[in-house]
Design a protein around this ligand. Structure first.
Ligand SMILES: C[S@@+](CC[C@H](N)C(=O)[O-])C[C@H]1O[C@@H](n2cnc3c(N)ncnc32)[C@H](O)[C@@H]1O
Length: 363
């Protein structure tokens, strides 16, 4: 059975599926989704040539609920624990399969992965140990280049259990660089909250590495709406920015001691900077997504910031529909006001829970 397999946060399979249905249709592909609650992935079924088309054209960067996706080559069940490598090698001898995936052979690299669920965590050690023998086996069968190459597609061995495997590939120009699509970050011991990782991840996901130094840099002015206790402010301070932290709640003393933070006890929906010298606006206020979106739009219309990163909290059922509505509003409002070109990106980050993170930049 052909199609693509999409990695997502466990519990968000329906949102991921709704988004896939929407965005594949926009590319003229009309398949269907198979979901299992809390599995951490969605399978989208379509014709083999359509699956490869999605692998190339369905931009991972534009998918909100997908961390990574692979074009399915083969689905194997009942793999014997004693001889997994040769079972996979034998499956890959299939003539039709070799003909159909000729353009992928040999792939440039291999990732052995699992869904991001508690059950699958038990497979982590196995995956690490299995990578070396599987890589050797795939090289012998001509499915992998002798040396790693980032110009060729990547093979993914996605283990659903010790006996069940989905083998697929992703194109190097349309994939997450991180195993399982997860950017793992260590929480700094002196950060006031674990939320700090959300903004750290957002900067790394949304701003290309070669532009980061210029766009997220020392000496810039930033505003943090809903800042307390200061996890996001911590990331701005760490990057050398001067921060106006807006919240009625208390900020961590360590941040105040840095001399880079001005704590303003005001309503984040009313506060505006006195000067037009703010580069970064960040916002983590727990509020209705549409209300936060409208506030962000207004900051851009008024020229009060150049780039913004904000979270949309999604306690409702139809999370994809809500996110789409908010993103659509940003596009239409900024276009209607003749605000020129804007870049809008949104992602459910690894460190996000019932929320997604949005980045807007006047380009
Ligand atoms: C999720 S917490 C922010 C955590 C923060 N980003 C961190 O990393 O430590 C939400 C904060 O928004 C603040 N908040 C909610 N509504 C607000 C409003 N209207 N104006 C200012 N702050 C608000 C709350 O007081 C709370 O401290």
């Amino acid at each position: 059975m052909s199609g693509i397999l999409v990695y997502c946060r466990a519990g968000f399979e329906n949102d991921c599926a709704a988004e896939l249905q929407d965005k594949t249709a926009a590319l003229g592909v009309f398949g269907y989704c198979q979901t299992t609650s809390n599995s951490g992935y969605v399978v989208y079924r379509c014709q083999p040539e359509e699956a490869d088309h999605l692998g190339r054209k369905l931009a991972l960067k534009e998918l909100v609920f997908a961390r990574q996706f692979i074009v399915i080559i083969a689905e194997l069940a009942d793999i014997p624990a004693t001889d997994r490598v040769s079972t996979i090698q034998i499956a890959l001898l299939d003539e039709q399969l070799n003909e159909h995936f000729a353009m992928v052979k040999p792939a440039g690299d291999l990732r052995v992965e699992t869904p991001d669920t508690n059950d699958a965590k038990e497979l982590t050690t196995f995956c690490r140990k299995f990578t070396v023998p599987l890589r050797q086996g795939l090289r012998q069968s001509g499915w992998l280049t002798a040396k790693e190459s980032d110009r060729r597609p990547t093979l993914h061995a996605f283990f659903l259990s010790g006996q069940q495997l989905v083998l697929g590939y992703s194109y190097s120009y349309n994939q997450s660089p991180w195993p399982m699509g997860i950017l793992r970050l260590r929480s700094p011991s002196d950060a006031p909250s674990r939320s700090t990782l959300k903004l750290d991840e957002a900067f790394q996901v949304f701003i290309p590495a070669h532009e980061r130094e210029q766009r997220v840099s020392s000496g810039m002015n930033a505003v943090d709406l809903g800042a307390a206790p200061g996890g996001w402010t911590y990331q701005l301070v760490r990057r050398g920015m001067m921060v106006q932290a807006i919240d009625n709640g208390p900020m961590a003393q360590s941040l105040m001691d840095s001399g880079q933070v001005k704590h303003i006890r005001e309503d984040g929906f009313k506060y505006r900077p006195k000067k037009k010298n703010v580069t970064w606006l960040v916002c983590d206020m727990v509020e209705k997504p549409m209300r936060v979106t409208e506030l962000m739009i207004q900051w851009f219309i008024d020229g009060d910031c150049k780039e913004a990163i904000f979270n949309l909290k999604l306690p409702m059922k139809k999370r994809y529909a809500m996110v789409s509505e908010c993103l659509q509003l940003i596009q239409t409002e900024l276009a209607e006001k003749g605000m020129g070109r804007y870049e809008v990106q949104a992602k459910q980050l690894y460190h996000d829970r019932e929320e997604v993170t949005v980045h807007v930049r006047s380009a």
